[in-house]
Design a protein around this ligand. Structure first.
Ligand code: TXA
Ligand code: MG
Length: 325
């Protein structure tokens, strides 16, 4: 347990951004908006600040964190980029991509944030408010998603407060995030680049930038290469039934595209994208899961979602939400 604290609500204006950066420089915890999900931010070079992230989230400490930088040059001071890593950084930064690369000898990211690994996970987000805070903070900022460990990731400041009010120093509220699923994570550690987590950049786009297919890291592999890939991550309280053609009696319904014509939908129903737009569905996914789950259904039935584009990341998160726990 962390000490109860007063959680300040900061608005995403000049004063709020300056206050957030000041808190971060003082080793405090601030939830920040990014284009993917809200992150629980702390100074990545400060072991105590990073330790308080793990404590607030109740996250197992073997799980390494992503460090956020304001631009590619700042990221290249922290890590060693091979040719594929450089190509990916040039194509997708700033944006929803995380690169796992060997730490440089000048790396200032503390070993707790790296969970003792000699690699680092780096990301240059595109959200203007995140970039302004990173500029003002002037140091790498560690930020996992701002939810309690194992819960659904937050895409709105209200979601952050539902999980972490009284456990963090501030939340900087910039409204709902636009991408809605976390960054894609690619490891470039020599040899062929590996996709550790499907996310906000579709796999086909990543592969086009490096001119080769990504190695997909099999789930449940030996080492916790990307421990966020633990099967029961992203868990609502309800059971989740995937690839449903229609809801059964008493099930809540999470639809996609045209609704089933087998009968009326339950009162507790939400459509991720009535037009079948995967980008819109990704942006709505976590908020919809929270909204349904808050009404305490026993089971949420989910329509099947195609695997192309952002569908791979959406299906990945849904599969984890449905995993036994
Ligand atoms: O979109 C995002 O990536 C969000 C926003 C806030 O930036 N952040 C996020 O962070 O999702 P987090 O901590 O929830 O996920 C970090 C993932 C985990 O699966 C972790 O295991 C993996 O990155 N990771 C971090 N460092 C790693 C490393 N050195 N090697 C392999 N995997 C690593
Ligand atoms: Mg997370």
């Amino acid at each position: 347990m962390t000490n109860p604290r007063q959680t300040q609500r900061l608005s995403a204006d000049e004063a709020g951004i300056a206050a957030a950066a000041e808190l971060l420089r003082a080793g405090r915890l601030v939830a920040l908006p990014t284009e993917t999900v809200y992150g629980l931010a702390a100074d990545a070079s400060d072991d105590r600040a990073v330790a308080s992230i793990y404590a607030a989230k109740e996250r197992p400490s073997f799980n390494p964190l992503i460090s956020h930088l304001p631009d590619v040059d700042a990221a290249r001071r922290q890590g060693l980029f091979d040719a594929p890593a450089l190509a990916l950084a040039k194509a997708f930064w700033p944006g929803p991509l995380t690169l796992v690369v060997p730490a440089s000898s000048a790396c200032t990211i503390c070993s707790l944030a790296r969970a003792g690994l000699d690699s680092v996970a780096l990301r240059v987000p595109s959200h203007p408010v995140a970039r302004a805070v990173l500029q003002a903070a002037g140091r790498p900022i560690a930020a996992p998603s701002a939810n309690r460990s194992g819960r659904v990731s937050p895409t709105q400041a209200e979601h952050v407060l539902a999980d972490l009010d009284g456990r963090i120093d501030a939340v900087l509220d910039a409204g709902p995030t636009v991408v809605g699923v976390e960054s894609s994570i690619v490891a470039c550690l020599g040899g062929a680049p590996r996709l550790l987590r499907p996310g906000g950049v579709p796999r086909a786009a990543l592969e086009a930038a490096i001119g080769q297919a990504l190695v997909i890291v099999a789930e449940g592999g030996a080492a916790p290469l990307a421990p966020g890939l633990l099967a029961s991550h992203y868990a609502p309280r309800a059971a989740v039934r995937l690839d449903a053609e229609a809801p059964l009696a008493d099930e809540a319904w999470l639809g996609f595209g045209a609704e089933p014509n087998s009968g009326p939908l339950p009162a507790l129903a939400f459509n991720l994208s009535p037009t079948g737009d995967l980008t819109e569905a990704a942006a709505n996914l976590f908020a919809a899961m929270r909204r349904l789950d808050d009404q305490r259904p026993a089971t949420i039935a989910v329509a099947s979602i195609p695997m192309h584009g952002l569908g791979e990341a959406i299906n990945d998160r849904l599969k984890r939400a449905a995993a036994p726990r």
